[in-house]
Structures are given as C-alpha cells and as structure tokens.
Ligand binder design. Structure first.
Ligand code: FAD
Length: 385
C-alpha cells in the first residue's frame, strides 16, 4: 500500500506557485480587506481551479482527491484558498445537473478563467442553517424569473461573474415537503448588479470578501434554471458534500502550516538557556496537534475517495469537515501559545491564519449541525428539530 502523500507533482507545482505569494502579500491585503486578484489569476492560469472540470470542457478531468491536494498545499503554504475554492464545487452543480447547452456555455469559459464562478448564494439572515426556510423567491413570468429577497454571507459576489443561487419557486407551506419547491438559478452578476441586485460588503474578522445581497425584482432568464424547477435542494446538497471535503482539506493545510511554524520556532527560540522545544510542556501540544491532524487527514482522504467513487458520502464529508476544522483550530491555538508574544505579531502570520481557520467550525456548516446529523442519521437517536 502506498502511504506517501498523494499527487506529489501537483503539490510541488502548487507550492512553487504559492512561493510567489509570501506572507507580506497576504498581510497587506488582510489589512485593507482586499481580494487576492493576482493570486486567483495565477491559480486559474496554472489550471489549478479547473482540476475538476472534465477534459471535454477544457479542464484536467481529475477527481476531488486531486482538488483536495491543491487546496491543502495552498493553505499549508500560508496562502488562502477561500478566495477561489467555491469555483471548484459550484461548477459541479452545472456539471452534474445542468443541460448540455449550459455545460457548453459555461464550463469551457470557467476553465480558461474567462468566466469567474465564485459565488454560491444559499444563506439568508432569518433562515440561518435551516435552509428549507429560505424565502428569496423566484416568480415565473413567461421566459424569465423575477427574483426578490435577501441573502447574507455570500462570499466573493463582487469578484465573480456568475452566482449559483438557491431560491424558492414554491412557498414552503405549498410544497409537498419542506425540501421541495427550491430551485437553482445561474445569476449573471455582471448584468444583475444595478438591475435588481444590490451587493453590500460585510466586514468580518478575516479577509473573506463576504457580502449581503438584496434582490428587488431581478429578472433571470428561465434558460438559467439548473435541472428541474423545485428540485434545487437536492442539487445543492451534492455540491455541499464537495464543499465540505474541500474545506476540510484547507483545514488540513492550515494545521500543517501551524505545526511547521510552531515546531520550527520551538527548535530555535531559546529561553532559560535552551530551546523552548526541549520542554515537554511545549513539545506535547505540538505533537498532539500533529496526531490529531494526521487522523483528520485520513478522514478527508476517505470522504474524497467515496465522493470520487460515487458512493454516498454525506456523513463522511461532514465528519471530515468537523475533525479537520477542530484539528486546525487546536493547531492554531497551539501555534499562538508556542510563539508567545510573537504569536500576536502580524509579521509572523500566525494571528492571521488563526483568524482564518476559525471560520471553518461555523461555515459552511457548524459543528453542532454535524453532530446532530451523526446523532440522528447515523446513530438513530430522536431528532431534536
Ligand atoms: C465569513 C463567512 C463566509 C460565508 N460564505 C457563505 C457563502 O459564500 N454562501 C453561503 O450561502 N453562506 C455563506 N456563509 C454562511 C455560513 O454557511 C453560515 O454562517 C453557517 O452555515 C451558519 O449559519 P448561521 O450563521 O445562520 O448560524 P445559525 O443557523 O443562526 O446558528 C447559530 C449557532 O446556533 C447553532 N444551532 C442552530 N440550530 C441548532 C440546533 N438545532 N441544535 C444545535 N445548535 C444549533 C449553530 O450550530 C450555530 O453555532 C458564510 C459565513 C461566514 C461567516
């Protein structure tokens, strides 16, 4: 059995690309919350964002496991894939559920970078995690839909040409079951902004280009409906598994970044006449972070292998995301502690990555909701909601 790291050539190439975007680059952007346009362009040109697009549409036709290697290395290098990871999983909604005409219209242009598909519009301020309660509504009028409503925390909308939007086409109370009556539309943001769509940036504790969207009678052609009207929730769930696994791989990358930095610092920093890493009180948390991260990484590998094998992997995707986000957060906290005061200094990049990796216990799905899924769907305990 080969237990070496998967996709060594891809990893090496990603590392080389990331070396051109060192800590100073990210710190400057972070300070003013600026989108890493040059970084995203470099990844696009190198073909790393189109690994999942089939060769027939201009991509490299690889599986999710290859995509996890790309994102892990980005994060391990101290960079952040949050600016562009969505393209990998939103594209899958078109690939798996779109018509041939839609695939031909969008996928080759996404692969070359001519079209950016970085925005995924699901969350709403009042519905929260309970997606079946979304109320953004698309009313059909002849050959177009008219969309009204509000979305919150929609990242990268200002840096994307297209958005995959989940909205209701039948009110929840009129649908056969709560998850029916939702549909997926491709919104062309270049045409929509100023014509029924307003985007308002939301400043957060990390540089994530997230926004609030206001829809006021926005017209979207019926030709932009993905799959069947009313079946959108199912299409989105497919994409969510990919999203969770990809984000889990980013957490693995973050964790490796923290462990590399902390173990390196612990070997060099001398206090009381010896390296701090000679003290077991300093060594053990670093070793524990490594153990936890290695275990989480195995779960990410399992979930992505199942996804690539077309085996239902909702539970494994959730477990991978939970374990990886907790392991990266433990490693982040450990790295701050190991660096002492320098853990708080911007120039060390630890505090920036600490803020960045914290997100993933909340988004794209919070830990409690994962535990609830495992408790009820896997272990058969009574549902709490
Ligand atoms: C920076 C950022 C970027 C994001 N980007 C996007 C994006 O691009 N597109 C998008 O659609 N969304 C995005 N999100 C939204 C994200 O997916 C949600 O924030 C997340 O799913 C949690 O939903 P919520 O914030 O509404 O929390 P809520 O649903 O309000 O939950 C709040 C807390 O209560 C807990 N909770 C709620 N119900 C229960 C229960 N029944 N049992 C136990 N605990 C419960 C939750 O676990 C959570 O800790 C982003 C969020 C952030 C912060």
């Amino acid at each position: 059995m080969d237990v070496s790291e998967s996709f060594p050539e891809i990893r090496d190439a990603v590392r080389k690309l990331c070396a051109q975007f060192p800590g100073e680059y990210w710190r400057a952007l972070d300070r003013d919350r600026i989108y890493p346009t040059e970084f995203v362009q470099a990844l696009t040109q190198a073909g790393f964002l189109s690994v999942l697009i089939p060769e027939a549409y201009g991509g490299s036709g690889l599986g999710l496991a290859a995509a996890t290697a790309v994102l892990e290395e980005i994060h391990r290098s101290g960079c952040n894939g949050g600016a562009c990871h969505a393209q990998m999983y939103t594209m899958g909604t078109i690939l798996r559920h779109g018509s041939e005409a839609q695939k031909e219209a969008y996928l080759p242009k996404i692969a070359t970078g001519e079209l950016r598909m970085q925005a995924f519009g699901v969350t709403e301020p009042t519905a929260g995690t309970d997606t079946t309660r979304i109320s953004t509504f698309a009313r059909r009028e002849s050959d177009h839909y008219v969309v009204s409503g509000q979305k919150l925390w929609i990242s990268r909308a200002e840096h994307s040409d297209l958005m995959v939007l989940l909205c209701r086409t039948t009110a929840r109370e009129d649908a056969a079951k709560p998850s029916d009556g939702m549909s997926v539309l491709i919104v062309d943001l270049r045409e929509a902004v100023g014509n029924g769509l307003t985007i308002r940036p939301v400043r957060t504790m990390l540089n994530h280009a997230t926004t609030e969207l206001f829809f006021d009678e926005l017209k979207v052609p019926v030709a932009n409906l993905i799959g069947q009207e009313g079946k959108g929730f199912r299409y989105i769930l497919d994409g969510m598994n990919a999203e969770r696994i990809l984000i889990a791989s980013e957490c693995i990358g973050d964790g490796k970044f923290f462990i590399d930095r902390a173990s390196g610092y612990a070997k060099e920093r001398e206090v009381f006449g010896r390296p701090i890493g000679q003290n077991q009180g300093v060594q053990f948390p670093i070793a524990r972070a490594h153990v936890q991260l290695t275990a989480a990484s195995l779960m990410v590998d399992k979930a992505s292998a199942m996804f690539d094998g077309d085996i239902p992997c909702g539970t494994e995707a959730n477990m991978a995301k939970m374990l990886a986000s907790e392991a990266s957060w433990f490693a982040a906290d450990m790295a701050v502690q190991t660096h002492g005061g320098f853990g708080f200094a911007e120039d060390y990049d630890i505090e920036r990555k600490f803020r960045e990796t914290r997100l993933y216990q909340v988004a794209p799905i919070s830990t409690n909701l994962i535990l609830s899924h495992v408790a009820t769907h896997v272990l058969g305990m009574p549902k709490s909601f």
